[in-house]
Design a protein around this ligand. Structure first.
Ligand code: 16G
Ligand code: ZN
Length: 524
């Protein structure tokens, strides 16, 4: 290591004496942008080390704070196959980000020796940023960190988080696609065109899209240049207003109404992305009532479709859905009984779902908040690509599955790719969003936040569906749940806020509310 170069970078991106401690959590680093300069330089250093540790594979570094307000920013690292940073490295990230300037060289050396990193190996880091004003300067800091460690930097500029995952994957696995943003656009466009042709559609699909005033707008405009004969997208919150302010997937999900500047009229098919375009939700209004199609609905649509294609083509595929405790009970019931697909449940957080989804030939996972994707194992891809079906119906089903494997960004949840997947399925099955919504009815549910002195006293097991501490809480919840019909409730400490979250669902809205408040009463 060139210690002098590290010292120079530390001098250019000084850590203030009173710097706040930052932790690398499920969403990477995320805090106020104006205290992140030294952190980003160090994340650049870590990305270079990670690349060498992985034998010179490209590593991604995305500068974003997703759905947080504009003054925030953050950073996330992407591992070689386009997956999230391996959990064991999160501790290195936190250590490196928080050490004093004069401890930096020592910390780097510790990581080098603990991981047995060969510093002669080449290193490559793929940088991207969302539309935040602070992004350019923070990317420069990250670049300085990479350069100090002698890593090559590929700067993608303003891109969505899933595009960084895609490019990283392609650089390390050429079979996945061309490792550029243009390659991403072309791959998705070609797959969607193939589906369009299969469906024999002639008129335009019309959508209203809320881009959260974020990077989704920038990238959708590019993609639409390839798709303008198929999709007519009216964009709202396309960057002229404030990022994530009264708009975006998180806002729409929490508020349960349309974003600012957009009306959802009868018959409108509305879509909303979050600020870095890795989450997507659909919504519409019926008789003035707001109706949301969340991650559970996307999972149900995708899993049922893939299952039906496999059956039509007589293809033996082990398809599974991964959900969290927040999944609506009726979505789970629909999948298990009507769609005939097994459902697994994991802890909240995309990395847990993604990991579990890899257990299947085809793993479909979505969090209710709209983050998710479908992953196909190598064995499944081989089967899909080599299978020959005798019947016309079987041939069509295989062609549909092949196009799906190209259309879906399998590295991570991707709002653009997921939206095209939903459109493709609706198109191929000649379904409206109303038909989609009619697949099952959501059980009324309620989420509450409870603030207590120390949320870490609440401990859970069984994918957060049961609590093991404090003593007596779970039996109290069980007693309450028994009093309601089709009811379920759980509590868990939040990973992102200083609160305990309470979830309850039951047959009626009134029952769900009463149960949630009663359970919250036991947490206080
Ligand atoms: C993080 C997770 C998200 C999860 C949320 C739960 C990732 C990339 N993000 O934002 O998936 O839904 O945490 O937050 O994994 P909570 O622990 O505060 O409920
Ligand atoms: Zn996001």
């Amino acid at each position: 290591m060139d210690a002098a170069a590290v010292v120079e970078a530390a001098g250019a991106h000084k850590r203030p004496e009173d710097a706040k401690h930052v932790g690398y959590g499920t969403a990477g680093f995320r805090t106020k942008a104006d205290i992140l300069d030294h952190v980003l330089m160090r994340v650049g250093v870590l990305a270079a080390l990670r690349s060498r540790c992985k034998g010179g594979a490209a590593i991604g570094l995305m500068v974003t704070a997703s759905h947080n307000p504009e003054p925030d920013n953050g950073a996330k690292l992407v591992d070689p196959m386009g997956e999230m940073l391996e959990a064991s490295w999160e501790a290195y990230a936190t250590r490196l980000a928080n050490c004093k300037d004069d401890e930096l060289v020592g910390e780097i050396n510790t990581i080098i020796s603990e991981c047995g990193i060969d510093m002669q190996t080449k290193a490559k880091v793929v940088l991207g940023r969302d539309t935040r004003g602070s992004g350019l300067k923070l990317c420069q800091a990250a670049r300085d960190g990479c350069t100090a460690l002698g890593a090559e930097v590929v700067d993608l500029g303003i891109v969505t988080t899933p595009q960084v995952h895609y490019v990283v994957r392609c650089l390390n696995d050429a079979t996945y696609g061309t490792p550029t943003v243009a390659g991403y656009q072309e791959k998705l466009a070609a797959a969607f065109k193939a589906i369009w042709t299969l469906a024999g559609r002639t008129d335009l699909i019309s959508l209203k899209l809320d881009c959260a005033n974020g990077v989704g707008a920038v990238q959708m405009k590019e993609l639409l240049k390839h798709l303008d004969s198929m999709l007519k997208v009216e964009m709202y919150n396309d960057g002229s207003g404030q990022l994530n302010h009264e708009c975006g997937a998180d806002y729409v999900k929490v508020q349960q109404h349309a974003p600012a500047n957009m009306t959802a009229g009868a018959g409108d098919r509305c879509v909303t992305f979050d600020g870095d375009a890795d989450r997507v939700l659909y919504f519409f209004t019926r008789d003035g009532t707001f109706f949301m199609l969340d991650g559970d609905r996307i999972s149900s649509l995708a899993a049922q479709f893939i299952q039906q294609c496999a059956t039509a083509a007589a293809l033996d595929l082990n398809i599974g859905v991964v959900q969290t405790a927040y999944a609506n009970g009726n979505s789970t019931k629909f999948l298990q009984t009507k769609a005939g697909v097994p459902v697994a449940c994991t802890k909240t957080g995309v990395k847990h779902l993604h990991h579990k989804a890899l257990d299947y030939d085809v793993g479909v996972y979505f969090e209710a908040n709209g983050h998710g994707t479908v992953v196909f194992s190598d064995a499944a891809l081989k089967k899909i690509n080599e299978h020959e079906s005798g019947s016309e119906e079987g041939k069509r089903a295989i062609a549909m599955l092949r196009a799906m494997t190209e259309l879906i960004n399998q590295t991570v949840g991707d709002a653009i790719s997921d939206m095209l997947m939903v459109e493709a399925i609706l198109l191929l099955q000649n379904m409206t969003v109303e038909d989609w919504a009619a697949m099952y009815d959501d059980l009324p549910n309620r989420q509450l936040k409870v603030k207590i002195a120390d949320r870490s006293v609440v401990k859970t097991t069984n994918a957060e569906r049961e609590c093991t501490a404090p003593a007596g809480l779970q039996s109290a919840i069980d007693e309450l749940v028994k009093k309601f019909t089709s009811a379920r409730s759980f509590v868990r400490p939040s990973g992102t806020e200083d609160v305990v979250r309470v979830y309850a669902e039951a047959e009626t809205r009134e029952q769900a509310d009463t149960l949630a408040w009663a359970v919250a009463g036991k947490v206080w």
